[in-house]
Every structure is written in structure tokens, then in C-alpha cells.
Design a protein around this ligand. Structure first.
Ligand code: GRG
Length: 294
């Protein structure tokens, strides 16, 4: 787990886990099996990268952990939904996620679709109830909806599926991943900055950092799909090649992909040096994203 690497990460991941567990279990009276499938998808697994980014950004800029809890949990719910739907037969058709059978395999396809829908909508329900001033809640709802929706993650996924078996330029690949993976990572940093009422200068530098981080995270993901240990990554390796997906290693080779990662690491350092705060935890998360083994 990423959270073994820094004591804050472990505590932040636990806080997020407890909000998620509470939110899902306390609503199980709607339909117990649906709630069980949602818990199966969202709890006890994953690196919690997006919540950690919310906490690391927000606390660096002076926000308290308790004000960051709901934004952190909300973005993880969106991420969890996206994984459940991405794994469906109509999309990536994956049988393994986070080291266990995917939701449609463990339950059934209809339940997986509904569990994803439940996680997606729960994110906005939770955020709408956050203990914050209403204008702040509205800003957060808009930020999360925009990142997750038809100009963000959903668009990226759609473009990705449309390009299976087709070639893609490096710029088109960057744009596709900027939407599919990057939008939510940028959003995590934005939610932390919003909670802390960060000024425009800090927000601009953090957005530059998060843009590079999203890309680095994706390139590392592509590299792991080629050379990662399936036991560590917890999903089927080599799927990109089998599915004829355009990827960074396919376009640049493994060495070229690593060289791009090194450039991005430099850009992230540079961006963080422009944030007038102690950004040590963000730097550690950036390093983890670019070098992770899972
Ligand atoms: C279904 C609308 C919709 C979108 C799906 C997330 C996603 C978009 C697709 C997943 C496919 C993929 C491999 C994306 C690349 C990077 C990525 C998001 C990996 C999974 O995120 P991690 O590594 O997962 O943070 P954990 O399990 O650690 O939370």
C-alpha cells in the first residue's frame, strides 16, 4: 500500500475509509445487496491517491483534516464508480481489480452498473451535505461534476474506447489521458485548494503540478501494464497490448516513456517550488505516482 510510505498517508486513508464505510452502510436500507456490492467496490482497497491528494493539498495550505474528509471521500467514490464501469464487459472487460474479482464477476452485470451508479450519486449526495458554507459546497459540486463528466473523465473514456486498435498521435494521447485520468487528479488538488481558500497564485502553480502529476500517473500505469507484477498491481497485466490500446510505451517505447516521466518529475518540482507552503507531502505523492510498483 502507498500508505505504508508516510504516516500521514495511512491516517488520511483511514479517515477516508471510515467516511466511505459509514456513508454506504448507513444507507443499506435501500437495498442490502446493492450496498454490499458498493462496499465491495469502494472499501478496503486501492491506493487512495485522489483522497491523499485532497488531504496533502488542503493541509499544506492550512485546512484542517476534518474539513477535507468529505471532499476526499467524494472524489474516491467517483473514482470507485469509474473503475466498476470501466471493468464491465462493454468497456475494458476485466475480471480482476484490486486483487479480487471485479464487481460484475463477483455479483452480476446489472448489479455492477447499479453499484457504479450508486457510488457516483453518493459522491454528490455526500458533498452536498459537507459542513461548509453553501457557496463553497456549490463550487465543489461544480468542480467535481465538471472533472467527472462529459468534458472530463467520461469524455476521456469515450475517446479511449473509440481508439481501440487505432493509432493516436502523442498529443491526442496526452489529451485523452488528460481527460480520462488527469481531470480527476487535477480535481483532487483543486478540492484541497478550494477547502483551504487558496489564492490564485497558489491555485495556478498547483494546477500545473496536478496536470503533470496526472500524466505521470498515467505513464507509470502504462509502464506497469507492460512490466508490472500482476500480484502487485492487482489486475491483469498486458491488457493494453491485448486490447490494442494506444499507450505511451507503444508510442515512445519503455525508455522514451521513462524519459518523459523524468521530465514531468522536474516540472512537478518546479511547480511546487512556486507554492508558498510546505509541499513536502505533495512532493512525496508525486514521487510515488511516478515510481510506484502498483
Ligand atoms: C467508466 C466513465 C468511466 C471512466 C473510467 C478510471 C477509468 C475511467 C479507467 C480505468 C482504466 C485505467 C487503467 C486508467 C488509467 C489510470 C487509472 C485511473 C488507474 C486506476 O487508478 P488507481 O491506480 O487505482 O488509482 P486504485 O485501485 O489504486 O484506486
Amino acid at each position: 500500500m502507498a500508505t505504508e510510505q508516510a504516516p500521514h498517508w495511512h491516517r488520511w486513508a483511514e479517515r477516508c475509509e471510515s467516511i466511505l464505510a459509514n456513508a454506504i452502510h448507513s444507507r443499506a436500507d435501500g437495498d442490502a445487496r446493492l450496498a454490499e456490492a458498493m462496499a465491495y467496490a469502494a472499501l478496503d482497497g486501492g491506493k487512495r491517491m485522489r483522497p491523499l491528494l485532497v488531504y496533502a493539498t488542503g493541509t499544506a495550505l492550512g485546512a484542517s483534516e476534518s474539513t477535507l474528509d468529505i471532499p476526499a471521500a467524494a472524489i474516491e467514490l467517483i473514482h470507485a464508480y469509474s473503475l466498476v464501469h470501466d471493468d464491465l464487459p462493454a468497456m475494458d472487460d476485466d475480471a480482476l481489480r484490486r486483487g479480487k474479482p471485479t464487481v460484475h464477476v463477483a455479483y452480476d452485470e446489472a448489479t455492477a452498473i447499479l453499484a457504479g451508479d450508486g457510488l457516483l450519486t453518493l459522491a454528490f449526495e455526500l458533498l452536498g451535505q459537507a459542513p461548509m458554507a453553501p457557496p463553497m459546497i456549490v463550487a465543489m459540486l461544480q468542480t467535481l461534476a465538471r472533472a467527472a463528466g462529459m468534458q472530463g473523465m467520461v469524455a476521456g473514456q469515450s475517446i479511449d474506447l473509440a481508439h481501440v486498435g487505432q493509432s493516436m498521435s502523442l498529443e491526442a494521447l496526452r489529451q485523452m489521458h488528460g481527460a480520462k485520468t488527469g481531470a480527476l487528479i487535477r480535481c483532487a488538488v483543486q478540492l484541497g485548494a478550494l477547502t483551504a481558500n487558496a489564492d490564485a497564485t497558489a491555485c495556478a502553480a498547483l494546477d500545473d503540478f496536478a496536470d503533470a502529476l496526472g500524466l505521470a500517473f498515467q505513464i507509470r500505469d502504462d509502464i506497469l501494464d507492460v512490466e508490472g507484477d500482476p500480484d502487485l498491481i492487482g489486475k491483469t497485466a498486458g491488457k493494453d497490448a491485448v486490447n490494442a490500446k494506444p499507450t505511451y510505451p507503444a508510442l515512445l517505447g519503455l525508455d522514451g516513456s521513462r524519459a518523459l516521466l523524468a521530465e514531468l518529475a522536474q516540472r512537478m518540482d518546479n511547480a511546487l517550488s512556486r507554492v508558498p507552503a510546505d509541499t513536502g507531502e505533495l512532493a512525496r505523492l508525486a514521487d510515488f505516482a511516478a515510481t510506484r510498483a502498483h
